[in-house]
Design a protein around this ligand. Structure first.
Ligand code: ADP
Ligand code: ZN
Ligand code: ZN
Length: 726
């Protein structure tokens, strides 16, 4: 009698590495193939991760696989190795990690074939149809309803997608038509002559690539120094050698402009992978990367998991950016995984930034990474000058000092562009009754409500709660409520009064609701249609605005006294990046920093050409205090509708899981915002200088939490290398 073949299947369920099933008798399966299996009373899609002949469960009790979804492995052994690492490191069940890494269609078990990405749109008569009247043709009705919001591929017309016969019927009725396809013709590469500095960076990397497989590098280049040109040259060389490049960029950086720049600059077949794509497009891009029909993959965070047929190089642009860290589910850091992936597959990896994270900077300074520098802006452009404006003793309720107003006026008169930066949406963060002291608080969070004038509402920026802006004090009926502090709306209102004839644009999440709107706005800025910009960090990053000469940082104190040990680092990065938008062409730019703390050492040192100096002193501080990168951290969070159970769950962790030498366990303490969205948040901070010891501790904690009875009301999570400590 031959032994049974048992498949270890990773499933998207909250615990367990994999589950055992009987292999079909007539088919040989291997790791990387997807199968459909029974799980309790459900059927789930999972991936075979191992084939064995013995199981801890008696063979007679094993259930057979219901369906084999892939004739050949969907992914290779390297990919599974990366996922195993990620799952272990981020304390996530392997099946959930795999589900995080796969695009939607594949996660749900659909075939690994490209899908049609033809998009359909409503015709005039299609718009005139009321979906409600199509009662007997529900799929047609669903398709028409879905198309109200704009062109879509068939797969997204309705909850289940729209089958071809229905598409045909709608088209024959003249209700829908094919939307214009995007041209993808690619011109021969417009190669630029590199500067000596850029050439040196490229050659250093190229030489190292020839000598070793895993080559981690930091490209530490001031804003406007042409880091992108270095990426493009390296990608062109990979292309010439027949290898693919993966370029990871922050959420906000993946604009059509960027895609065009990469496509035109390399002449390569480029695909993009980001959350704004239609599902079918993402599916196709993923397959093109896997099959090698794409040469360059340009993607956000989750693209770190894209399989590559002929991998050659991984680049992470703006590596310090917070959007590389996933904040729910598997809380992975795409930059860190990119480095790990490069190491596992013996690839070069290039991390680029004008404001490198202290982690990366430390790796470069200690010699683990090659440290490449671009110290000058392209074209000999000078770094902007910084001027500090002391707000003490000035009354400027709308946030703009006389000095700032004068400078803005001067630049506008000269025909230049100006950016007023403020990282807070809405009109004012506090609204107060001058008579009785009432102020507006969220009932579900420990937070104030922000007033929004345009929508006449009070809103909580933490839980989304919203109510009408009261006309008078709800407590004492005094007729006037005083707005304190500023948001972008208020600065804009003041700007409108000061410079009524200047074309202006406010950019924050309140104005930009739909994808595509940011791109349109950026185009208007680039071609000079607007002169005055008011915006949040959306405008702070990466963009290249040729006509911008002045940046006003309305509130530099924001973030100066954050409780997070990374607050100072984030402030230095933000100020340097915002300042880096100014004066990127012939004229030297200026940055005006408004503050109530003109003598604060961090602000005094703030010079966008000298981020390295600030970073060095912050690193010294971290070392002295025992914070990362000199130690490793993990946060165990628990939340519940009442304060007691969450805190108690974490106290039980401490009582049941033995500690380890040189491992600090701090807490449980309430989170900075204890009540959020009606739930109480507590956390336990773990700190250790040995990450393996920390991992072992986390595994024990996870086991304890998974086995804990009555875990119902409590939600918990483990955040390894947390980026935000709230
Ligand atoms: P960074 O990403 O370092 O902020 P960019 O790559 O956006 O800088 O470069 C800033 C500007 O300088 C861009 O307009 C870019 O086209 C231009 N530039 C940089 N290097 C070169 C070069 N070698 N030849 C021509 N233009 C360059
Ligand atoms: Zn009152
Ligand atoms: Zn709230």
């Amino acid at each position: 009698m031959t032994a049974a073949t048992i498949l270890q299947v990773a499933l998207p369920v909250p615990r367990g590495e994999s589950y055992d099933y009987l292999a079909p008798a007539d088919q040989v399966l291997g790791p990387g193939q997807r199968v459909r299996v029974p799980f309790g009373s459900r059927r789930l899609t999972g991936m075979v991760v191992g084939v064995v002949t013995e199981s801890a469960v008696p063979v007679s009790r094993l259930r057979p696989v219901l369906e084999v979804l892939d004739d050949a492995p969907l992914v290779d052994a390297d990919w599974l190795e990366l996922l195993r690492f990620a799952a272990r490191y981020y304390q996530t069940p392997l099946g959930l990690a795999i589900a995080t890494a796969l695009p939607g269609r594949l996660r749900r078990g659909r075939g690994a074939r490209p899908v049609s990405t033809r998009r359909w749109q409503l015709t005039a008569s299609g718009r005139a149809q009321s979906p409600d009247e199509l009662g007997r043709a529900p799929r047609q009705a669903a398709a028409l309803a879905a198309l109200q919001s704009g062109p879509l591929p068939a797969a997204e017309m309705g909850p289940e997608g729209c089958p071809s016969p229905v598409i045909r019927a709608l088209r024959d009725k003249g209700w829908i038509e094919e939307a214009g396809a995007e041209a993808t013709a690619s011109a021969p590469p417009a190669s630029s002559d590199l500067t000596p500095e850029q050439t040196q960076a490229v050659e250093t990397v190229a030489t190292q690539i020839r000598q070793a497989g895993f080559v981690p590098c930091l490209l530490d280049g001031v804003t406007g120094s042409g880091k992108t040109e270095v990426y493009l040259e390296l990608a062109r060389r990979q292309l010439a050698a027949g290898r693919q490049s993966l370029l990871l960029v922050p959420e906000i950086g993946l604009t059509p402009q960027m895609i065009r720049r990469v496509r035109d600059g390399t002449g390569a077949r480029v695909v993009a992978l980001h959350s704004g794509l239609a599902e079918g497009e993402r599916h196709n891009a993923w397959l093109a990367a896997r099959d090698g029909s794409a040469d360059i993959v340009l993607g956000t965070r989750s693209a770190v998991f894209v399989p590559l047929a002929r991998p050659g190089l991984i680049i992470v642009d703006e590596e310090h950016d917070g959007s590389f860290k996933q904040q729910d589910g598997m809380r992975y850091h795409a930059r860190d995984l990119a480095v790990r992936r490069a190491q596992m597959s013996s690839l070069p990896v290039l991390l680029g930034s004008a404001t490198p994270s202290l982690e990366t900077l430390n790796n470069a300074q200690s010699g683990r990474y090659t440290h490449l520098g671009l110290g000058e802006r392209f074209g000999g452009v000078q770094m902007p000058r910084v001027r500090i404006v002391d707000l003490r003793g000035q009354r400027c309720p709308d946030g703009l000092s006389n000095q700032l107003i004068a400078s803005v006026s001067e630049q506008l008169r000269a025909g230049n562009q100006v950016l007023l930066f403020l990282n807070r949406r809405g009109y004012s963060p506090v609204i107060l009754c001058g008579a009785c002291g009432w102020s507006a608080h969220c009932q579900r969070c420990d937070a104030r409500l922000i007033s929004h004038r345009r929508s006449h509402s009070l809103r909580c920026h933490h839980c989304g709660h919203q109510r009408p802006l009261p006309a008078q004090c709800p407590d004492c009926q005094a007729p006037e409520l005083i707005p304190l502090g500023q948001g972008t709306e208020r600065v804009e209102a003041r700007a409108a009064a000061l410079w009524p004839d200047v074309a202006r644009l406010r950019l924050d999440r309140d104005v930009l609701q739909r994808r595509g709107e940011l791109e349109a706005a950026l185009a208007r800025i680039e071609n000079g249609e607007v002169q005055l910009l008011i915006g949040t960090q959306m405008l702070a990053k990466g963009h290249d605005f040729p006509k911008l000469t002045l940046v006003g940082i309305v509130d530099a104190d924001q973030g100066l006294y954050g409780q997070d040990f990374r607050a100072a680092e984030h402030l230095a990065q933000l100020v340097t990046q915002v300042a880096g938008r100014a004066g990127r062409r012939a004229q030297r730019g200026e940055v005006i920093l408004q503050t109530h703390n003109p003598d604060h050492p961090l602000l005094r040192e703030m010079d966008p050409g000298r981020y390295g100096r600030v970073a060095a002193s912050l690193l010294a501080e971290r070392r002295a205090m025992g914070w990362p990168p000199f130690t490793r951290l993990a946060l165990v969070r628990a939340e519940a509708p009442q304060p007691g159970p969450a805190e108690q769950a974490l106290a039980e962790v401490l009582a049941s899981v033995p500690g380890a030498p040189e491992l600090d366990r701090l807490g449980p303490v309430p989170a900075v915002m204890e009540r959020r969205g009606g739930r109480y948040q507590f956390q336990l901070l773990l700190r250790c200088n040995n990450w393996r010891r920390l991992q072992a501790q986390l595994s024990l904690i996870r086991q304890h939490l998974e086995q804990r009875p009555s875990a119902r009301q409590i939600r918990w999570s483990i955040d390894v290398d947390p980026q935000f400590m709230d």
